[in-house]
Design a protein around this ligand. Sequence first.
Ligand code: DAH
Length: 353
Amino acid sequence: MLDSLKSELLAAVAAAGDLSALDEVRVTALGKKGRVTGLMKELGGLGAEERRARGGALNLLKDEIAAAIETRRGDLQALAQAARLEAERIDVSLPARPEAPGRIHPISQTVDELTAIFAEMGFTVAEGPDIEDDFHNFTALNFPPEHPAREMHDTFYLPDAADGRRMLLRTHTSPVQIRTMLTAKPPIRVIIPGRTYRSDYDMTHTPMFHQVEGLVVDESTHMGHLKGCLVEFCRAFFEIDDLPLRFRPSFFPFTEPSAEVDIGCSRKGGELKIGAYGDWLEILGCGMVHPNVLENCGIDSTRYQGFAFGMGIERIAMLKYGIPDLRTFFEADLRWLKHYGFVPLDIPNRAWS
Ligand code: DAH
């Protein structure tokens, strides 16, 4: 009778298809009201001899069934895990996420790139307000009152400040040179990227545009440092190791001597290419900081000297990335952004080396 119960229970264990079915089999056989447990309860009514023999047989049966259940449990767990692994399989070679649809504007990308290059040369970034007064934008930069250079800037004037200061939208980033020199002590080594404003609008002018200014002031800086710095920057930014630069004498009220810088290019076949091709293209203005400017900021011009430069960010972005029309930068046309913009996780071009 125990043999047939044993084979019946072992068959039930083998037939249990999952862990909960197996647990039911366990309760039916070995639970408090289970069949083996029931038989054990009956032992009390037997004689001593018979009870020993039957008790031993029942204990054996119980152990065998319990072992069979444990073995089956292990098998079912392994099966369940295999099924889960199969169901949750992922292809780790797929891209992590769909590419983000947004793009980095070429101006932001260009600012990131030039900041990385100048940072490697030891420059930090300074900023100043878009709304300036006449003192910082012109007077302190050595523009004499009524000087025609003020007119060259097509300035947007604003109502005077309460204290009578003449207010305007800064026409260049140079006023931040003044703000920097009024607050920091030499040695100074900063770049100043930012928005600038002039009343002008055509293929190559927009009323708002961006410049980056550079300013270095210490006791021994000379024109050779200015030249070396700009040559290194232009070669790194345009990624052309033998890019030629030409320094032409020029005039700015806040530098003496002043120069405009051309880079090598070619215009063959109506196509503009940057490089050592024999032709020239102007990209920035620079010079040695005028002693009057240093003195206007309380810096002793007999002890300190410095160089400065300023360039248009749109202009160098257009040249590097082949963008033909300046006005398109600010039209917020999604097709243009998709075409000329940068994927957010792209790394700005290699740092200066
Ligand atoms: N501020 C000048 C402009 O907007 C550019 C410039 C020229 C800046 C020479 C400088 C410099 O710092 O030294 O036209």
